[in-house]
Design a protein around this ligand. Structure first.
Ligand code: PMP
Length: 353
């Protein structure tokens, strides 16, 4: 091995869900929203002056920060924005988890957490979820260098009540506690209401799911001024211009369309509930989802086989070949029409078996 090769950082990266190149795929594998973003984004695009592209964007992303602050009724300096919540969460790991004590997160959870921890050489401890896949709050009442968990959790889809979230924060006031609320709009209650009570609480959300803007890459964190200021210092030590000008303009515009947002979320919730009934009839069991996906297993056919058979029929879902969850499929809720095609395909596969 040449000497410079010894100096290369050795990391095992996160593997995102497949983005198929071919048309005609029913894509239920990365929890995107099947509906378009608010028409306000298109209007903003129409009015967009391309001459603005010659200038750097506002490094403080003030327009978007202000829009989010107004939307959530917090101060501008309680909001941090980034290139999707993955970017925001990565900055969180770098900013807050500098202890020799382990950072805690659930063993069945967003698989990016251990990747960031390894990348930044942060010690961590994965806390087992219970036998029904629930996060148990009291398991987090122990010495730690920080805590992070999604609520609702992914890929389990399970939601933890706000009381339990508060218990974790209350019992860990010497640590930064991060609640990753990527899926909160599909039926949960956000912990943003607690940020003025707990200076150590940070809530992270995204435009990628409920706001139908995964392609735009917008995520944000809401927390105390002290936490936001620390994240800003780290961000400005890496890249001043993270948010491109179109993200700032379109991202702000859609916040003005609450009616459309609610309508989309309600449609997905209705389809999710219908999907639960249809899948149950086909012999599936699943956890009680409060997200835009279901985590399901079939009583007879292994998840791996179902995944492959669905793929042959141009329907993509997500399969994780990992201990405890290797017989589950994570199925994103699409339109009713897409889900009907999924049910028909599953019926065929199950009847052939
Ligand atoms: N957190 C969780 C729990 C997720 O499932 C995802 C989506 N992969 C993200 C964060 C990141 O989403 P994004 O970067 O698109 O905001």
């Amino acid at each position: 091995m040449r000497e410079w090769e010894h100096n290369i950082r050795n990391v095992e990266p996160y593997i995102p869900g497949e983005q198929p190149k071919s048309v005609g795929v029913i894509k239920l594998n990365t929890n995107e929203n099947p509906y378009p973003p608010s028409p306000k984004a298109e209007l903003a695009a129409r009015d967009f002056n391309f001459d603005r592209l010659k200038l750097y964007p506002d490094p403080n992303a003030s327009q978007l920060v202000h829009g989010l602050a107004k939307y959530y009724q917090v101060l501008d300096n309680q909001v941090f924005v980034g290139v999707g919540s993955d970017d925001v969460l990565s900055i969180c790991f770098l900013t807050f988890f500098n202890s020799d004590k382990p950072v805690l997160f659930p063993d069945i959870s967003y698989s990016f957490y251990p990747v960031w921890a390894n990348m930044y050489q942060i010690p961590y401890c994965e806390i087992p979820v219970d036998k029904d896949f629930h996060i148990v709050a009291k398991d987090y009442y122990r010495e730690n260098g920080g805590i992070i968990f999604p609520n609702p959790n992914a890929p389990t889809s399970l939601y933890m009540g706000l009381d339990e979230v508060e218990n974790i924060v209350k019992n860990n006031q010497e640590s930064v506690v991060i609640v990753d609320e990527a899926y909160i709009d599909f039926g949960g209650q956000s912990a943003i209401s607690l940020i003025d009570t707990y200076e150590n609480l940070l809530v992270v959300q995204t435009y990628s799911k409920s706001r139908s803007m995964a392609g735009m890459r917008i995520g944000y964190a809401i927390g105390s001024q002290r936490l936001i200021e620390a994240m800003q210092a780290v961000k400005f030590s890496i890249n001043s211009y993270t948010m491109n000008i179109t993200s700032l303009v379109y991202g702000s515009a859609v916040l003005e369309d609450e009616e459309y947002f609610q309508e989309c979320v309600e449609k997905i919730i209705a389809t999710r509930e219908r999907t639960k009934r249809e899948l149950a009839e086909l012999g599936f069991t699943f956890l009680d989802s409060k997200t835009n996906f279901l985590f399901a297993q079939h009583k007879k056919i292994h998840a791996d086989a179902l995944f492959e058979e669905l793929k042959k029929k141009n329907i993509y879902v997500r399969y994780f070949n990992r201990p405890k969850i290797d017989n589950y499929l994570r199925i994103t809720i699409g339109t009713d029409e897409q889900m009907n095609k999924l049910f028909a395909a599953l019926k065929e596969i199950i009847n052939e078996d």
